[in-house]
Ligand binder design. Structure first.
Ligand code: GRF
Length: 162
């Protein structure tokens, strides 16, 4: 597919940086086309990278199965805000990261990549978040590569790799 990637962020931007670094290092064959004004710039794939708002139906309809989001938990556990704090408060022993296709359901689209991250004794939400973030920076470029390379399909709510 079209390998020009649009990235939406609203915060710190470290996942955007991880994508830029993976491209620069030759680990991901893609181009960051822009961070906004997607269609006008012929974007093929939209990456939400710390975009802390719901994506509206017009964008989802304009890019069906062409919007990725990264979430700092093993979905469907702990959707929404403060996923790492939710994990600590629940007392889970393992959390992680999920990269998924965006649908109208909050953090509910087909799962492309998931990686587990252990919760250590005495972890705070911040310490867990930092450990998960390291895994996010590996998982997101991997997921973008999978999507851009094609040969996958969505069956019911399942992402099936080629
Ligand atoms: C990440 O933890 C991401 O999973 C969540 O928001 C955070 C964004 O971090 N949705 P950054 O702006 O990419 O550093």
């Amino acid at each position: 597919m079209n390998r020009r990637v649009g990235v939406l962020i609203s915060g710190r931007g470290s996942n955007l940086q991880a994508l830029i670094d993976a491209i620069a290092a030759g680990r991901l064959d893609a181009a960051i086309a822009l961070v906004r004004e997607l269609r006008a710039r012929d974007v093929g794939l939209v990456c939400l990278a710390g975009f802390m708002r719901l994506v509206g139906t017009p964008l989802i309809d304009a890019f069906p199965n062409r919007i990725l989001n990264i979430h700092p938990s093993l979905l469907p556990a702990f959707p929404g805000l403060d996923a790492q704090k939710q994990a600590i408060e629940h007392g889970v022993k393992v959390s992680g990261v999920t990269v998924h296709l965006v649908t109208a359901a909050l953090d509910g689209g087909p799962i492309v990549v998931q990686r587990a991250v252990p919760v250590m004794p005495g972890d705070t939400a911040d310490r867990l978040a930092a450990r998960i973030l390291e895994e996010e920076h590996r998982a997101y470029p991997d997921a973008v590569r999978l999507i851009l390379d094609g040969g996958w399909r969505v069956e019911d709510r399942r992402f099936v790799a080629g």
